[in-house]
Design a binder for this molecule. Structure first.
Ligand code: IMP
Length: 189
């Protein structure tokens, strides 16, 4: 299904759509094909980071023909230490990952701290390999060195919402990735 969104039907708080629903659907087909090929011998456990990666996970797995399983983690930055990059585990995995290949599913890689720390955590839990698939990448904001093995779209340094991404927990349900109108930020400043 494709959601055709026009100027008239897009959310009233949206300034512009950066990535349409159709573009996301097609990109997930491409990423799925690559993942199917790379994991033919040993299917990975997909580990999706709550809450933002849920719509991306749901779209991506429609295109996976290998026998994947998925699990969720919820992490947050320790307050005041964002630049150091420590993360606090709010919800841990339900199963042991010792010896397993992990494919981390993320909505957006920004500074890279979250992915870097979670990768380290999963390696400490005994994962045999940790790779990353991310819908979006904001490389201009990166503060740590990391590799995104499967990437949807590179975007400029703008705060985006939709397709799982939120602003104050809103807009996660939008079927596209968009930039908010400036006045929406002004309202809470
Ligand atoms: P990082 O640790 O700086 O890479 O941050 C990653 C997390 O920050 C993502 O999983 C998002 O939850 C959040 N984030 C970063 N940029 C944006 C954005 O433009 N919109 C919404 N959330 C964002």
């Amino acid at each position: 299904m494709n959601y055709i969104v026009t100027e008239e039907t897009m959310h009233k708080d949206v300034k512009k759509i950066l990535i349409t629903h159709l573009e996301i659907v097609e990109k997930c087909q491409e990423l799925g094909a690559l993942i199917n090929q790379d994991y033919q011998d040993e299917p990975p456990l997909l580990v999706a980071l709550l809450k933002g990666s849920v719509p991306f996970l749901a779209e991506l797995i429609k295109n996976l023909k290998i026998d994947v399983e998925y699990d969720f983690m919820d992490v947050s930055s320790y307050e005041g230490t964002e630049s150091i990059g420590d993360v606090k585990i709010l919800k841990d995995l339900d199963q042991s990952i010792r010896g397993r290949k992990i494919l981390l599913v993320e909505d957006i890689v920004d500074t890279g701290n979250t992915i870097k720390e979670v990768t380290r955590l999963l390696a400490n839990k005994g994962a045999s390999e940790v790779k990353v698939v991310s819908l979006l990448d904001k490389p201009s904001r990166r503060v740590v060195d990391l590799k995104i093995d499967y990437l949807g779209f590179e975007i400029p340094n703008e705060f985006v919402i939709g397709f799982g991404l939120d602003y104050n927990e809103k807009y996660r349900n939008l079927p596209y990735v968009a930039v908010l109108k400036e006045e929406i930020y002004d309202e809470v400043l």
